[in-house]
Write a protein of this length. Sequence first.
Length: 160
Amino acid sequence: MEYEILKLLARNAKYTAEEIAIMLNTEEKTVQAAIEQLEKDGFIRGYKAVIDWEKINVAYVSAIVEINVVPKAGLGFEEVAEKIMKYDEVESVYLMSGVYDLNVVVKGKTLQDVARFVAKELATIDSVTSTTTHFVMRRYKEMDVELITGENDDRGQFLL
């Protein structure tokens, strides 16, 4: 039952224990106790709203930064990842397989703010050998939430 609760909360963190109990055909107090235990055991790490920042009249830019690192003996990539995740500008940090080592999602008010953060903070961390920055042009889906509203996006359109 805990797995089903986690799936439901991942889909919509606003579900109440009562709503989940109805969906799982069980008692509300059983669901509430399970949620409290999942929080206590660290399976549920927090609750977060998915915001469509394009709809808000506030400057917001995000980028995906690929980082290559020389891992330290006995520490691997952990030391660098822990240092990177402490920055307020960093939304996510992932250890990757393939061409680069860490995938970092960064946010800022402008392209210049993000570029400056990457150049002055991330690229200068000991063990970081290279960074590649990709600016996010448009979000279509985030955390299982579709952000498409049927509005046309004219990027990629051109006149002949």
